[in-house]
Design a protein around this ligand. Structure first.
Ligand code: SF4
Ligand code: SF4
Length: 168
């Protein structure tokens, strides 16, 4: 198996294959969800080792990262900040109380590396979420990341092949 790692190539493919990907997404919506999860899981475990996230870092440069209260407590303590100072510097709170890192790219990315790797948020650890069940319930989000994340791009391209799918 080979993997495409060029961000330029995958962002360009997201544009040229927009119609194809919309059609594939519609196709996936009516497939057996468990079967799709099994395929995505296997492909993800094959693709992930082929991608060097430390050479990419595109999610850290482009995503809104949600933060849980406990995670903010932990990182504030690690950085030697009071929770109030941490929130003031790094956190945006919605009116509903949902917290997110207040910059894109993320504050904690430096020279393409996460400077708080051991304390990074669950949102960062989970991304791109392909190991989780329920892929067909997250099609919009996953396809949104197609042109941004090489792991998502490659898993979706291999999924088309595995399912013998072609643009009708
Ligand atoms: S906390 Fe680290 S892993 Fe998470 S988005 Fe920021 S730089 Fe990336
Ligand atoms: S998860 Fe995707 S976007 Fe993030 S660093 Fe890895 S390959 Fe790049």
């Amino acid at each position: 198996m080979k993997a495409e790692t060029s961000l330029a190539v995958i962002s360009s493919a997201a544009i040229t294959k927009e119609e194809e990907n919309d059609a594939f997404r519609e196709f996936l919506k009516v497939q057996d969800a468990g079967h799709v999860d099994t395929l995505v899981n296997v492909l993800n475990s094959q693709v992930e080792p082929l991608i060097d996230c430390t050479a990419c870092g595109n999610c850290c440069r482009s995503l809104i990262i949600n933060v849980e209260d406990k995670e903010a407590d932990n990182l504030a303590a690690h950085l030697g900040l009071s929770r109030a100072s941490f929130d003031e510097k790094y956190i945006e709170k919605s009116t509903g109380g949902i917290m997110a890192v207040n910059t894109i790219p993320c504050h904690f990315l430096s020279n393409n590396q996460c400077t708080v790797y051991e304390h990074r948020f669950a949102d960062c650890r989970r991304f791109p979420n392909l190991h989780l069940p329920g892929f067909t319930n997250r099609l919009f989000a996953s396809f949104m990341h197609y042109g941004r994340c090489p792991i998502v791009y490659n898993v979706i391209e291999y999924l088309k092949q595995e399912m013998n799918w072609q643009l009708p």
